[in-house]
Design a protein around this ligand. Sequence first.
Ligand SMILES: Nc1nc2c(c(=O)[nH]1)N[C@H]1C(S)=C(S)[C@@H](COP(=O)(O)OP(=O)(O)OC[C@H]3O[C@@H](n4cnc5c(=O)[nH]c(N)nc54)[C@H](O)[C@@H]3O)O[C@H]1N2
Ligand SMILES: Nc1nc2c(c(=O)[nH]1)N[C@H]1C(S)=C(S)[C@@H](COP(=O)(O)OP(=O)(O)OC[C@H]3O[C@@H](n4cnc5c(=O)[nH]c(N)nc54)[C@H](O)[C@@H]3O)O[C@H]1N2
Ligand SMILES: [Mo]
Length: 752
Amino acid sequence: MPPIQPRRTVVTSSHWGAMEVETDGTRLLSARPFSDDPAPSDIAHILPQAVHHKSRVTRPSFRRSWLEKRERQGRGDGDYVALPWDEALDITAAEIDRIRKTHGNEAIYGGSYGWASAGRFHHAQSQIHRFLNSIGGYVSSFGSYSTGCAQGIMPHVFGISFLQYTYSAQDSWETLERNTETLVMFGGINEKNSQVSMGGITEHETGSWLQRFVDKGMRCINIGPQRSDAPESCEWIPCRPGSDTALMLALAYVLEEEGRTDYDFINRFCIGFDRFRPYLIGDLDGQPKSPEWAEEICGVDAEDIRELARHMAETRTLITVAWSLQRAEFGEQPYWMSAVLAAMLGQIGLPGGGVGYGYGAIGGIGKYIDGPKGLSLPQGENPIKTFIPVARVADMLLQPGEPYDYNGTRSPYPDIRLVYWAGGNPFHHHQDLNRLHAAWQQPETVIVHEPWWTATAQRADIVFPATTPYEREDIGRSDLDEYLFHMPALVPPQGNARDDYDIFAGLAARLGAQETFTEGRSSAQWLETLYADFYSRAQQSGHSVPDLNALRAQNWVKLPTRKADAPPSFLARFRADPEKRPLATPSGRIEIFSETIDSFGYNDCPGHPVWIAPREWPGAATEDSPLHLISPQPGDKLHSQLEAALADQPGARPETVTLHPEDAASRNIKTGDLVRLWNTRGACRARARLSTDILRGVVALPTGAWFSPAETPIDMDGNPNVLTRDIGTSRLGQGSSAHSALVNIEKLDADH
Ligand SMILES: Nc1nc2c(c(=O)[nH]1)N[C@H]1C(S)=C(S)[C@@H](COP(=O)(O)OP(=O)(O)OC[C@H]3O[C@@H](n4cnc5c(=O)[nH]c(N)nc54)[C@H](O)[C@@H]3O)O[C@H]1N2
Ligand SMILES: Nc1nc2c(c(=O)[nH]1)N[C@H]1C(S)=C(S)[C@@H](COP(=O)(O)OP(=O)(O)OC[C@H]3O[C@@H](n4cnc5c(=O)[nH]c(N)nc54)[C@H](O)[C@@H]3O)O[C@H]1N2
Ligand SMILES: [Mo]
């Protein structure tokens, strides 16, 4: 019997915020948000039920037909054999060794996308990459589902990586409050999404900033399919999804037509306007991109477009663009065009003006934090240089050896024999899951580390039970947050779960890579080493942080690293002196026309921004698929995490789909009705909710339900990714096109 410990409450960090977690040393008893958080997320409350849920993976498990006959077929059939750790690690190491010796490390896919958990040392992506590097390398992935397309296009436009732009080169909330007069938000700035920030967010404040902006008289305009993407006090211009580029072009057209383009700015700081202008005014294709032209496409009144363009030209205007706009077919275009529109307004580099991305995506964006850096596990070097754009995983598995285009390169997909995943749930996050299910039958072996029996774990040959952050010691820290946390183990590992680190160390030892992977350290020793490095770097940069033992005693500390005034951004410095501080683009300027992109010869992403109608969007609706599906992030959780316990709540599953009363009426659907959504790719159930806050012709079904196909086949819990299309945004960005999908919807009888 373990000694009975007194109840205690400990603060720990998570991607959705800090939590005060009560434990008796054996079980988590309750979890509530950190009391100093002014606008806490409610995600925490379900944590104890999730951690102790019956769907935890408790033992190393092998799919029976793989274990007995090495059969690939049957992934997802649920017949598993549990084995003791030593035997499980022996079998797994032998299989990894067989694959690397027979096919080379280029046959191992370790892209392993996913958010996993906060906590710096036990970060699953760093762990798996370090392990795979230590045994000879792996095929990796580039970019993210969040911003993969933007990461392709934006460096061509501004000469800086998109992540650097969005996380560290945008104006702070304080700067916006002082300077911005008009905030034009494509896709809104949604407080729901700002609950989350990778690596942790302790004080949530996005919602309160928007309220302050409105209160001080800033004009805040939400453009998009849902009113709920911004506070009610903001204006809403309903606009069809997928059509934003046309609206931006029309705004640009008005500037040009009315002599409001800032030619001083264009001539001094940009290149290629002369190549773009003939397209804009219609000299190139006979079609002026006028407000009347855009009205047909976007459903926005032409006079409203004119009025907005004038207002933007006359006031300090910040254009913000949600990441969702580039998670769609041709997502490069609204991103590029928003930059061109901002350039024509001439306010790029002025405080509170220009263009910003993802202010509503992640709670940390808009906070300027000047804190100590570091605290991540070194991943080593990957000798294998082959990678894929992250969202092309099913294409890779289905088409080994086939060439594909990406950002000016053409390469064959590698021939993958082993898929290794830790810290992500592709059967939640990938598009067209029925297609992924078929692709998943290709590799010889699939290995997954998971705390829970997710749909991905259920499709692996080998499943290792991983601990959650509440079962191990770690440090919580994010560059976008001013807090530092000691995250102690609150309960013992559940079942026979092990830390990812210990699983990899066990495999590395059997594969002759023990020293390379562990450097002779236990996880406790790694934590000491990483923290000591962080501590001395902090000292050097003039930041005072407690040493590890002091942090352990204090549990958490708030560092004085929040600054209202960020130093001038790279764009402000460029504006001040474009000759001395040119951008890192080929021209040294903002590229309205890019010779580089033009030279790729892509008709799905030509040399300047253009409107191209997606294959699936409201304008292409048919009788069979009359409605446009958007699949936003869920408000009550992070992706598919904690789903096991959430799904147990009465009425929680299937997931709720929001639709307009007029779309519902013709189908006799009422709020609370069970419905079926379908298209040629798949079908799922959902629970209807009627709202006039969504554009007619659009339905919104959040992500996050575990893929749960029944025989019919219909996904029972409502995962939108059985409906979404698995195509790249274009040959340039090859991002996920999750938000471009047409569907049908009908009422289901209650017994379905
Ligand atoms: N249709 C549609 N699809 C989308 C999107 C969309 O907008 N529409 N958005 C996309 C975006 S932006 C993203 S980021 C993805 C998110 O997709 P994912 O990041 O894959 O989603 P998560 O549910 O966070 O998956 C993390 C998994 O890691 C597990 N885990 C947690 N901690 C640990 C740990 O310590 N060790 C191990 N081994 N596992 C752990 C969790 O149980 C969970 O199953 O979804 C994408 N999918
Ligand atoms: N609570 C919670 N917050 C999260 C997450 C979570 O899982 N849960 N995930 C986090 C992650 S990983 C990411 S990447 C970010 C993503 O952040 P975003 O990409 O901003 O999030 P989405 O929810 O996909 O989209 C936001 C809104 O964009 C609108 N939209 C969709 N298509 C279009 C379009 O074509 N045009 C216009 N104008 N609007 C459109 C939709 O109405 C949608 O509600 O969110 C993060 N925040
Ligand atoms: Mo994301």
